[in-house]
Design a protein around this ligand. Structure first.
Ligand code: APR
Length: 308
């Protein structure tokens, strides 16, 4: 039997994630939204593209959680995107209500699911979803680091005129302004980027990466990024569904790793059929540790505001 994926929120990120999933024939897709007709209409449109993609999966839309029952993976994208001059953190309370109600419903209808949280501020929303569902922390994770890393890879590739595919990098910390891109773990086909580019240039690209989401919000004027966020979410789903065991930066629950306790934050993890199968601990320099701790502190502040 084919696997079943539910995407909560049929907006820009949700619908694009559904499209990528259906195109690759990865799993049957249920798009869920509170807006009547929207998930049905977008699902129908995607389903009608499947013959052209050579994909035989089913894509349906619904306003009822009953139709999402028994999902293998549930992606939460429901909520509000930011507007210009808003940070991801400004969405905290509005999106907490949405994520909490979605998580309550998922716990009832898909008790064995793996949850990928995309709604911002993502790290705090992942913690909220985990607390609400009471699922094992291995089965609840957040999408952020892959997107930030992909932005950094793009900027580096343009700077060096090389293929972004050949660039590997790692980004730690919260999916916010204080994320920690790591040049020490950034290579072009194994060659350290710090050997190719001057520190000043690398620092400028790190700055652009930290502001990557805001840059797009500023251009769009209404709404936030969704093509790259959906592609990053798709990579996580694929690693879980196909048990690929990719090493990817995701928001995962830390219980002592990196000296951090009881907090969701971005770290490298192995993603497989069990969800977060391992948190990979990197040996950080003093300077990296300080930046990581500051980023964790910013996430913890939000979690405290939620009282969870
Ligand atoms: N249950 C289900 N869907 C909901 C709920 C809810 N309680 N509340 C809102 N929605 C739906 C909206 O109806 C809308 O279709 O969530 C969707 C959000 O879509 P967009 O406004 O297009 O936002 P999008 O760009 O997809 O971003 C969603 O992902 O990247 C993050 O910061 C971003 O938090 C935002 C989220």
């Amino acid at each position: 039997m084919r696997k079943k994926i539910t995407i909560i929120g049929a907006g820009n990120v949700g619908a694009t994630t559904a499209q990528l999933t259906a195109k690759d024939g990865l799993a049957d897709v249920v798009l869920f939204d509170i807006a009547e007709g929207v998930p049905q209409g977008k699902a129908l449109d995607i389903a009608e593209a499947c013959p052209l993609w050579g994909s035989a999966v089913s894509v349906t839309g619904s306003n009822s959680y009953d139709d999402t029952a028994g999902s293998d993976i549930v992606v939460i994208t429901a909520g509000f995107p930011r507007k210009p001059h808003m940070s991801r953190d400004d969405l905290l309370h509005a999106n907490a209500n949405v994520v909490q109600s979605a998580s309550e419903a998922i716990a009832k209808t898909s008790p064995d699911a793996i949850i990928i949280v995309v709604t911002n501020p993502m790290d705090a929303m992942a913690q909220l979803s985990w607390k609400t569902t009471e699922f094992s922390c291995r089965r609840v994770m957040g999408m952020g680091g892959i997107l930030d890393a992909s932005r950094f890879r793009s900027f580096l590739a343009w700077e060096m005129s090389v293929s972004p595919v050949d660039i590997e990098t790692m980004v730690l910390g919260g999916h916010g302004d204080q994320m920690v891109p790591l040049p020490r773990f950034t290579t072009v086909k194994g060659i350290q980027v710090t050997e190719i580019l001057k520190k000043k240039r690398v620092d400028a690209l790190i700055h652009r990466t930290r502001n990557g989401g805001a840059e797009i919000v500023g251009l769009l004027k209404s709404g936030s990024a969704y093509y790259a966020p959906a592609a990053a979410t798709y990579q996580m789903m694929r690693s879980v569904l196909l048990d690929e065991k990719r090493l990817l930066p995701c928001a995962a629950y830390l219980n002592g790793e990196y000296g951090v306790k009881d907090l969701y934050v971005g770290v490298p993890v192995i993603l497989g059929k069990e969800g977060v199968e391992k948190v990979v601990e990197l040996k950080l320099t003093k300077e990296e540790k300080v930046m990581f701790r500051e980023s964790c502190a910013a996430v913890r502040k939000l979690v405290k505001k939620l009282g969870i």
